[in-house]
Write a protein that binds this ligand. Structure first.
Ligand code: EZ4
Ligand code: CO
Length: 404
């Protein structure tokens, strides 16, 4: 007799920051975990799961992973979007976790086995000014990291993206309203080449440098920026233009050979199709949680492979250690894969989600525990309850709202 899904729980907790966790338990007592966190909109995806998805799963066969995906995606009629796709993503992760535990194999083995010995990650270095940034970069180099994202303060702007007063950067802030950051394209565009030039001079040619512009430039500004930083040989320039204006990247592409990455806010293969098929990007940044789980992410990576594009998944602290596990298992077993973003987590997050994956010397390992290899510390998750928190908003110096 096949196993059945017996119980579905949705846990919303806040061990330093909010996470939405899905737990599926089968009649045979196998537990599968999924991450459904959508930063700043956590309760909507929790409701989607509790009210509309969990009741549909009870009594179904957990080994029908692809069919369950199709049922939840096509059956909803109102498809796509971050809430729907994170909910489906969490179910999909949990079902792969269950399959692995039933088989006694880590998920990367089910996906075809290893194609690389270690999974490189990139970390975040930042500083309010160039000397502080250079110090931060040196600290990351000492950890053996060879892929480093660099973000710096901009003269005249008090609160900017990617730079924090705390050593541990966390973009979302607790409180009833979002905090506000500033951005002004002219001063940013003049400053960035100086920043990247100083960092490149310090680290030499072999370190991979990345930078995130966070969707704020117009096509011509982005093209100009990509061209002006070409000599510093970035590994990628991320999110130079708003993600929904996909033709914008054609102008950037035509102006420079700086590699481009985009897609952390994309949710389906159809969001990625135009950019991949037209070779307007080098790296696709969809996160396994926000793009419908392992099953759908595999299809995105397969489409990317055909067009010479690699995966470079999103990995900030709002991607829980469960989704991070799923991403590492995919990275270990996917050929056209570039680098995994890994911001790291505060200790309490590691304790709340004990995990078999590990990070050391600039690389990640999936570990060999069956399934995704992540567990829950329920004491921590129940004592740290949800707290309202939002990502910041960005405004130009004239007060108008910009993409964050
Ligand atoms: O915008 O974590 O590459 N990483 C980033 C992050 C994300 C937030 C979204 O939840 O761009 O700052
Ligand atoms: Co980003």
């Amino acid at each position: 007799m096949t196993d059945q899904i017996e119980r579905v729980d949705v846990l919303v907790s806040s061990p330093t920051r909010n996470y939405v966790t899905l737990r599926i338990t089968t009649a045979d007592g196998i537990v599968g975990l999924g991450d459904a966190t959508v930063n700043g909109r956590e309760l909507s995806v929790a409701s989607y799961l509790r009210d509309h998805v969990a009741p549909l799963l009870i009594g179904t066969d957990p080994s029908r992973i692809e069919d369950t995906w199709q049922f939840l995606y096509r059956g909803a009629y109102w498809r796509r979007g971050p809430i729907t796709m994170a909910a489906i993503g969490a179910v999909d992760m949990a079902l792969w976790d269950i399959l692995g535990k039933r088989a006694g194999l880590p998920v990367y083995q089910l996906l075809g086995g290893r194609v690389r010995d270690a999974v490189p990650y990139y970390s975040h270095a930042f500083g309010w000014d160039i000397p502080a940034l250079l110090e931060s970069v040196a600290e990351h180099r000492e950890l053996g990291e060879t892929y480093i994202r660099v973000q710096s303060g901009v003269p005249g702007l008090d609160k900017v993206y990617g730079v924090s007063k705390n050593p541990n950067y966390e973009p979302a802030g607790r409180g009833a309203r979002p905090s506000e950051e500033q951005f002004e394209p002219g001063v940013y565009m003049r400053h960035l080449p100086k920043v990247l030039g100083a960092v490149r001079e310090q680290v030499g040619p072999d370190v991979h440098l990345l930078h995130d512009a966070h969707h704020r430039l117009t096509p011509t500004q982005a093209a100009r920026l990509a061209k002006s930083v070409e000599e510093f040989d970035l590994f990628w320039l991320e999110d130079v233009t708003p993600a929904e204006d996909q033709e914008a990247l054609r102008m950037v592409r035509n102006a420079s050979v700086t590699p481009l990455a985009i897609g952390e806010v994309f949710n389906t293969i159809w969001d990625c199709q135009h950019l991949i098929e037209n070779r307007l990007i080098d790296y696709i940044r969809t996160a396994v949680v926000h793009a419908g789980g392992i099953s759908h992410s595999r299809k995105i990576y397969a489409l990317a492979e055909v067009h010479g594009v690699k995966a470079g998944p999103h990995g900030p602290s709002d991607i829980s250690p469960i989704a991070m596990a799923a991403s590492i298992h995919m990275a270990a077993s996917t050929h056209n894969w570039g680098v995994q973003e890994y911001m790291g987590y505060p200790d309490l997050v590691h304790e709340a989600f004990p995990h078999a994956w590990s990070a050391a010397d600039g690389t990640l390992q999936p570990g060999d525990a069956p399934g995704l290899g992540v567990e829950l510390n329920e004491d921590i998750l129940t004592s740290e309850s949800y707290k309202t928190a939002y990502l910041p908003v960005a405004r130009r110096m004239d007060g108008s709202v910009l993409d964050w």
